[in-house]
Structures are given as C-alpha cells and as structure tokens.
Design a binder for this molecule. Structure first.
Ligand code: AP5
Length: 217
C-alpha cells in the first residue's frame, strides 16, 4: 500500500504521517527529515541540499528523486508506505508513478490535508524542534515544560532556518506554484481524499484513518 500525504508547509503532514503510520503499522518516509539528516552528516548530498532548504526552495529533482526511489522499496515498507513530502511537483509525481508501475505497484490514495493560510503561519512561526530527538513543540499551543529544553531528552530546542518569516513566505509561494497542482492531478486519477486539517492532532488523525478505512484499502 502506498499513501501520499499532501499539503502546504505546516499542514501537519509529518505529525499526521507519524500518527497514522503508528496506528496502521506503516512505514513513514519523511523526505524533509532524510534531507536534514544528510545536511547534519555533512554528506555530498547534504551540501547540495542545504542552500535550497534554507531559502525555502525545492531541492532539485536530480537530487531528490533518486534518493526517494531508493527508499520507497526498502524492506521496512513491506506492509505499506506513507510518503510525507514527496512528490512536490508534476515531474516527481510522474516519475513515482512510472517507477511503481515497473514493479506492478501504484499509489493507492493521496491524503490532502487542508489548513487555512493563517493557521499555517501560526504553526510554522511558533514551531521549535529538539536538536537531538527531533520532537516537535509549539511555543503557544504545545510549549516545553522548561523553556527551550526538550521534555523527552532535555536537549536544546531550535527553530528550523526555513521557519523564519522570509523562508515561510517563499515555501508557501513554492507550494502554490509547484505542489498545489498535484491536488488536481490526483483528483483526476480518483485517488484524492481531502481532510480538514484543523483541530486537535488526534482528531485530525482519526479523520484520516476513518477516510482511509472507508476506502477498504
Ligand atoms: P519538509 O520538512 O517536508 O517541510 P514542509 O513540507 O515545508 O513541511 P513542514 O515539516 O513544515 O510541515 P508539515 O506539513 O509536515 O507539518 P508538521 O506536522 O511538521 O521539507 C523541508 C524542505 O525540504 C522543503 O522546503 C524543500 O526544500 C525540501 N524538500 C522536501 N521534500 C522535497 C521534495 N520532494 N522535493 C524537493 N525538495 C524537497 O506540523 C507543523 C507544526 O504544526 C508543528 O509545530 C506541529 O506540532 C504543529 N501541528 C501539527 N498539527 C497540528 C494541529 N492539528 N494543531 C495544532 N498544531 C499542529
């Protein structure tokens, strides 16, 4: 089973992919996290990636597509894969379809998480992440118990460079121009499930699970 989680930056793709993957025993393939790990490790791929991510631009297809295709068929995904953050443009969507087709596989459903722009900006501007375990916090709606310190492991919290206002603006522009057309692409293919992404994390997660289970996948 292959499920794509689609939505604007801050829509909750990562949060919901983790929630649904845990409940349905699926493999969560988070492309932004993979890229950040490459940067952290200082690999060649990370070096190629860093400046694009920092500015809120898409990393070139020539870098991202081979990396994702390599992970899509990993053994961890035997029971099914949630693709979080891929595809983000038409070229990536078509390449993914072709690669799966060659293995007699296909995308089953695309969960489009819809959130107002005002809420996206509120979520991104207040987000903080643990440097060590990557646990997410929000300064207003989910603050840590001790300021700037992770509740789980005590490490320092930081703000992602692409969560500063200028980069958020760019990410939202890139999303509208390059990624939003995929809503129509998957709707025409009869694969789109639109989910209201506002409300409690668990509430949104259960909406997604109910929609997927209603499809009898
Ligand atoms: P990536 O890391 O994937 O960032 P993004 O798509 O911009 O998504 P975010 O992680 O910001 O948001 P999200 O929708 O996952 O929401 P989250 O659950 O985190 O990609 C970063 C960069 O990598 C891209 O800009 C690009 O440069 C590059 N890249 C990645 N994939 C690529 C590709 N395929 N091609 C080319 N380049 C690529 O939640 C956000 C916040 O909201 C958190 O604080 C969370 O706690 C909070 N929150 C979540 N749900 C709720 C809720 N229901 N109520 C209140 N708060 C909530």
């Amino acid at each position: 089973m292959y499920i794509i989680f689609l939505g604007a930056p801050g829509a909750g793709k990562g949060t919901q992919a983790a929630y649904v993957a845990q409940k349905l025993n699926l493999f969560h393939l988070a492309v932004g996290d993979l890229l950040r790990k490459e940067i952290e490790r200082g690999t060649e791929l990370g070096m190629k990636t860093k400046s694009y991510m920092g500015k809120g631009e898409l990393v070139p297809d020539s870098v991202v597509i081979p990396m994702v295709l390599q992970h899509v068929s990993a053994p961890e995904g035997e029971l099914g894969v949630i693709l979080d953050g891929f595809p983000r443009n038409l070229k990536q969507a078509e390449t993914l379809d072709q690669a799966l087709d060659q293995q007699d596989k296909a995308i089953d459903k695309v969960v489009y998480i819809s959130v107002s722009e005002e809420e996206l900006i509120r979520r991104l501007s207040g987000r903080r992440i643990c440097r060590s375990c990557q646990a997410p916090y929000h300064m207003a709606s989910f603050p840590p118990q001790v300021e700037d310190s992770c509740d789980k492991c005590g490490s320092e919290l930081y703000q992602r460079p692409d969560d500063i206002a200028e980069a958020v603006k760019k990410r939202l522009e890139v999303y509208s121009a390059e990624t939003a057309p995929l809503i129509d692409y998957y709707s025409r293919a009869g694969k789109l499930l639109t989910i209201d992404g506002e409300g409690d994390v668990g509430e949104v997660g259960e909406r997604i699970i109910a929609a997927l289970c209603g499809e009898n996948l």
